[in-house]
Design a protein around this ligand. Sequence first.
Ligand SMILES: [Zn+2]
Ligand SMILES: [Zn+2]
Length: 151
Amino acid sequence: MRDEVYEGGCLCGAVRYAATGPVRSAGWCHCRICQRAIGAPSVPWGSFFLENFRWTKAKPSLHHSSDKAERSFCPTCGSSLTFRFLGSDPAEIDVTLVSLDDPDGLRPQWHIWTMSAPSWHEYDDGLKRYQDNGPDRSLDPDLPSPLPPGR
Ligand SMILES: [Zn+2]
Ligand SMILES: [Zn+2]
């Protein structure tokens, strides 16, 4: 995968970021914590190495959504921007795919925590589903690419 730069930011434009590939993976999370944090039934995330990620304008506010994870959001407009497992090795950071300037730049590869999906939420897109957090998906050769066709 190319070392493309993925730029994005919040609704009001105060908080901006740049993440350089390789993209680790991308997928939907349906967990209760994401649901409450974002206010939506599921959230598409894209994962990068933390060392390849930087804030390029104002810094976001941080919230520990559990003792193991930290989320960031814009203190002005509230946009949710990143998720990070504090103990992950190698260190990674996930960005909300639709906060990217080009929301078509990365594509979800799977669904996790489907046990929390509300019954009215339809997501029958043919992607692999895991009831819980699932296996280490960065090593699964059967998943589709997170890059759009032709990239
Ligand atoms: Zn903002
Ligand atoms: Zn989640």
